[in-house]
Ligand binder design. Structure first.
Ligand code: GLA
Length: 371
């Protein structure tokens, strides 16, 4: 490989629980993965950012004065968007060569896009002598996703990608960005990630639609309850004011209220290493995402059901935005091999798709290495 100055990484993530509550000001419980986007970077003394990839026979050149113009690129738009937001926030951008190497599976719901955005900004920091501020980077990466890519996402993915810590989950309060690192101690169980491999489609519009429904709910309920975020609502207040919401918006809101309660319970379960309880919470979360929030789809439902039907499995649910992507399951380590065989076969039988079983660990967020 040619010589670069820095090797900068940011992580993909898995969310253990707390789904579709980040943009409602709720707490989420993600962890950064060993799957990463790595950027090898060196300044080139021009006004161009030259992108290349280890896995693609492609080269893209971005003009640092025209970063706004690359929204329609198939490759390079995440890099252009995140660097544009970083530039607009007043930071230095210089011409450079960036070789990108992504091990986060694309379209898997494990936040490959956040890993790309965060690592690209961090790489720019490395060559401009800008102090790495992971939270500031996460916020500009989120802005890129919202204003450049067009997904009106919350902060969970970019935060986890930037601020993750090996062997720890993050209990992140999305209203305040307070974050507590909780050691992942799953005792005699393992966290298992399986990809349903359903091609993504319509994900962005459905995601934005759900977010809009929660905003409708907040607008209606804050007049009568004084809440600032939907996550502050409790179950009693929701029932009291149910008549202000359409049935669909009520269901979305009920998911948010219940999911926030499950995150609280999951925090205790993780701290007490109560995997049976954590498993039950995962199952309940999936059911709510399926029936109330309606973001699962036939494939994720089949994959979660296949996992839940195995005796070594204590619980399983979809993770991430939904409509495709992965499940996360808690499985007795002694039964892992049989669990894997069962789930892959059962999923294939019911859907016709081959699921992918991922082997990774809980890793760090941003890392910078001088080469
Ligand atoms: C996507 C978004 C996140 C979050 C999840 C659902 O991953 O990027 O902000 O809303 O969906 O929990």
């Amino acid at each position: 490989m040619e010589k670069y100055d820095y090797k900068v990484c940011a992580a993909g993530r898995v969310n253990i629980i707390g789904e579709h509550v980040d943009y409602c000001g709720g707490k989420v419980f993600p962890a950064a993965l060993g799957f990463k986007n790595t950027v090898f970077v060196r300044p080139n003394g021009t006004n161009k950012i030259n992108l290349s990839w280890t896995t693609l026979d492609k080269k893209v050149s971005l003009d640092i004065g025209k970063l706004d113009e690359y929204r329609d690129l198939d490759y390079g738009n995440y890099q252009a968007g995140s660097l544009l937001m970083w530039q607009r926030a007043g930071h230095k951008i210089v011409g450079c060569d960036m070789l990108q190497d992504c091990t986060v599976p694309f379209g898997s719901g494990l936040s490959s896009s956040a890993a790309i955005e965060v690592s690209t900004i961090a790489a720019m920091c490395a060559i401009t002598d800008t102090k790495i501020d992971p939270v500031a980077i996460a916020l500009e990466a989120q802005r890129a996703e919202r204003e450049y890519v067009g997904v009106n996402c919350g902060i969970m993915d970019q935060y986890a990608s930037a601020c993750g810590k090996a062997k720890h989950a993050m209990l992140l309060d999305c209203a305040t960005l307070d974050c507590e690192y909780v050691p992942i101690d799953t005792g005699d169980c393992s966290l298992v990630i399986i990809d349903c491999k359903k091609p993504h489609n319509l994900v962005e519009s459905k995601y934005n639609e759900r977010r809009g429904e929660t905003e409708t709910a907040l607008f209606a309920l804050q007049k009568v309850t004084g809440i600032k975020n939907l996550a502050e609502l409790d179950a009693a207040a929701l029932e009291k004011h149910k008549s202000l919401l359409t049935p669909a918006v009520y269901n979305r809101t009920k998911h948010v209220v219940d999911e926030c309660a499950r995150v609280k319970a999951a925090e205790t379960a993780m701290k007490e290493c109560d995997m049976v309880k954590l498993g039950e919470l995962l199952n309940a979360s999936h059911a709510s995402l399926k029936d109330l929030y309606e973001v699962t789809g036939a494939e994720l439902d089949a994959l979660a059901a296949a996992a839940q039907s195995h005796p070594a499995c204590l619980g399983s649910r979809m993770t991430g935005g939904g409509f495709g992507g992965c499940t996360v399951s808690i499985v007795k380590t002694a039964g892992l091999a049989d669990f894997k065989k069962h789930v892959l076969a059962e999923y294939k039988r019911t859907t016709g798709y081959d699921a992918a079983y991922y082997q990774t660990d809980i890793g760090d967020g941003i890392t910078v290495e001088k080469l």
